[in-house]
Design a protein around this ligand. Structure first.
Ligand code: WT7
Length: 666
């Protein structure tokens, strides 16, 4: 649980921001929705499902007869791609822009209408079929932020071939693990994408990953490659039997494709996320409930008016936010949106705001870490552009601190735009806890309360609801449509991770701490397990520890998440070297070199996002008599605090040795 100082600081926050009158008067969702949903939750979600086009209507809204395995809209059939694309064209919106795509190099833009998207998705579906993809097969997608990524995802959905999108910043090893775990037979990738002003390669990592996956028993049959940068393909080059260019097979394919109606519970995708062990969890989402949950929440939380709004979610499609709020939710709602390839400071620190001005973005959704970065860069960058089109601002990924909330509202939102702080997870698929922009009087730093149709609570270790003014564990007390159905190939771990702690009550354990304030509104307090949140991305302490000990010079490692002004948390590692490496490191200057080597090693094993901010080489780690590492004490060191109670340590002098090391800056 978070310390009481953080809690009381947050609780003394008493500013309130009422919804703007105009927005409230015309809001998609009014206060009555809470009562309606509370009166009959399943009828509420059934009504939300009517937003979609179904082949066959469902017989039963929810089958919860075998918890925790839920089935939503049982007996119903639908096609996610048809719902996201074809039906808008059929309704006469073919000329409406679906994607205003902005490449990182200036002037490199493309607008895709819904009609364009339909043609592309059909072509890609035909091409994937040609490459041997059948309903039920898994397809890995490792791509930059380009329209073809969205097209590839929707083409897979159309065929009923679950995709697993792996963030382009992950390493070849991480990609290989995911390919092997879900046995993907096809990979869709690009030669590279643009980041920070330069082409950044992807294809060589795919080659390496295919080799590694093969060693783990999974042969990738085909690799479909988009030419984006035209860069050199690296040493391994091109495998004529395996590799095919997108522009060869997709461009020549027919734009006619008859879509099958899939079962409501047909797997839509697997998204890997870090857990408390070294092995990432494959979160499985299915079709009908997921699309209902994402479409409804995208429409309600952002007050989307599909005819006039221009929506922009800055998340990469490699994360769940990109899946739910860049691809499935917005497209199911027929939204017009912006998609940007590159980094926010390329070629200048006002790039995002320039894009907002150019396209007249009305709804903007980003993460606190980005907001804090812009605060640091200074108001002059957004100040150069006209941001007056913006009417709703969203935040996701980690708790938003009141300072960042206020800056966001003042500087980006002209002091009047509502900020919706949306709490959810890869597992929940959809936003669960959030203000509604036309209903809620927002409090800076609070995600406020569960959305209509969602049931959340804060409970004690024993599962009792805590009174207002107290903190505890966040739980979800009733199933919801976009909930994960299981972990790919591991029902046991699914039960154990999320449902075992409150098995008696049947609650879903989110792994987050939270507090109810005096009004009963919720304040999220971060993870309560060995999972870190760095820039809104989930990283596992164990996974990084395993990466470190896989280095030949490392004997043992302990990793903690330390508070960081910019990234929320940062990775700090404590490493014990093998005997042979100790002497080497002791030599003048060698220590720093080794630290760099270890940081690079973590980047290679997992990805650059997992690189520790700091690595301390220490002689011992603090352990209890039963051998458990006391991360709490290491966190004290990492956050430069007085070290806490050491009485349960097997050897209480260990912390003195570590503190000495800190003093020397090693
Ligand atoms: C974890 C889920 C959901 C998409 C992005 C991250 C933290 C997320 C908030 C928020 C406080 C938040 C939680 C959660 N988190 N949004 N608005 N306020 N914390 O997805 O990688 O699945 O991580 O992110 O700790 O458990 P994810």
């Amino acid at each position: 649980m978070p310390d009481s100082e953080t809690l009381s600081n947050l609780m003394s926050e008493n500013r309130r921001f009422e919804p703007p009158a105009e927005l409230a008067a015309d809001a998609n969702v009014k206060a009555e929705a809470y009562d309606r949903a509370a009166a009959d939750r399943l009828a509420f979600w059934a009504e939300a499902a009517e937003r979609l086009d179904w082949g066959q209507k469902w017989d039963e809204v929810l089958d919860w007869s075998d918890p925790p395995f839920a089935k939503w809209f049982v007996g119903g059939t639908l096609n996610a791609a048809v719902n996201c694309v074809d039906r808008h064209v059929a309704a006469g919106d073919g000329d409406k822009v679906a994607l205003h795509w902005v490449g990182e190099p200036e002037g490199d833009t493309r607008d895709l209408t819904y009609a364009d998207l339909k043609d592309e998705v059909c072509r890609a579906a035909n091409a994937l079929t040609e490459l041997g993809v059948r309903k039920g097969d898994r397809v890995a997608i490792y791509m930059p932020m380009i329209p073809e990524t969205v097209v590839a995802m929707l083409a897979c959905a159309r065929l009923g071939a679950p995709h697993t999108v792996v963030f382009g910043g992950f390493s070849a090893d991480a990609l290989a693990t995911r390919i092997a775990d879900c046995q993907a037979k096809v990979v869709v990738t690009a030669d590279g994408g643009y980041r920070r002003g330069n082409p950044s390669a992807l294809k060589p990592a795919v080659d390496e990953a295919c080799e590694k996956a093969a060693e783990n028993g999974q042969t990738v049959e085909k690799v479909l490659v988009v030419r984006r940068t035209g860069q050199d393909l690296g040493e391994s080059g091109w495998d004529d039997d395996r590799d095919v260019w997108w522009h060869d097979v997709v461009a020549s394919a027919s734009s006619e494709h008859e879509a099958e109606q899939h079962d409501s519970e047909h797997p839509l995708y697997v998204m890997y996320t870090s857990g408390t062990t070294g092995k990432p969890k494959g979160i499985l989402h299915t079709t009908g409930g997921y699309l209902t949950g994402t479409a409804y929440t995208h429409w309600s939380v952002f007050d989307l008016k599909p005819g006039t709004d221009v929506y922009w979610c800055t998340a990469d499609v490699g994360w769940v936010t990109g899946h739910s709020y860049l691809v499935y939710g917005p497209l199911a709602n027929g939204a017009t949106q912006v998609m940007y390839e590159g980094t926010p400071d390329s070629p200048h620190k006002g790039r995002w705001w320039e894009i907002v001005e150019k396209y007249g973005v009305t709804i903007f959704y980003t993460a606190p870490t980005a907001i804090r970065t812009f605060m640091k860069w200074g108001d002059e960058h957004p100040g150069k552009f006209d941001l007056s089109s913006i009417r709703v601002l969203g935040s996701v990924g980690e708790p938003i601190n009141p300072e960042a909330y206020i800056w966001y509202r003042e500087t980006i939102g002209a002091g009047k735009v509502p900020v919706v702080d949306t709490w959810w997870q890869t597992e929940t698929g959809q936003i669960m806890i959030s203000p509604l922009p036309g209903v809620t009087a927002g409090k800076p730093g609070s995600a406020m309360k569960a959305l209509p149709g969602v049931s959340a609570d804060v409970v004690t270790e024993a599962g009792e609801s805590v009174p207002n003014g107290s903190g505890g564990y966040l739980v979800l007390t009733e199933p919801w449509p976009a909930m994960l159905r299981t972990l790919w190939g591991d029902d046991e771990r699914f039960k154990e991770t999320y449902w075992a702690k409150y098995a008696e009550q049947g609650f879903y354990f989110a792994g987050d701490g939270a507090k109810k304030d005096d009004d009963g509104d919720l304040w999220m307090l971060g993870r309560v397990d060995d999972v870190m949140n760095v820039s809104g991305h989930r990283l596992s302490t164990t996974e990084i520890e395993s990466a470190l000990v896989s280095h030949p010079k490392v004997a043992e490692a302990a990793v903690v998440g330390a508070t960081d002004d910019m990234t929320g948390q940062a990775v700090v590692a404590f490493v014990i070297l093998r005997e042979s490496a100790v002497e080497e490191a002791d030599e003048e200057g060698e220590g720093e070199e080794l630290v760099q080597e270890l940081r690079q090693h973590v980047a290679k094993e997992i990805g650059a996002i997992a690189k520790p901010r700091q690595i301390m080489i220490v002689p011992e780690l603090p352990k209890t008599r039963s051998g458990k590492i006391m991360r709490r004490l290491l966190r004290d060191v990492a956050e430069h605090r007085e070290v806490g109670d050491v009485t349960t340590l097997a050897d209480s002098t260990v912390m003195d040795l570590i503190k000495q090391k800190e003093g020397t800056g090693a």
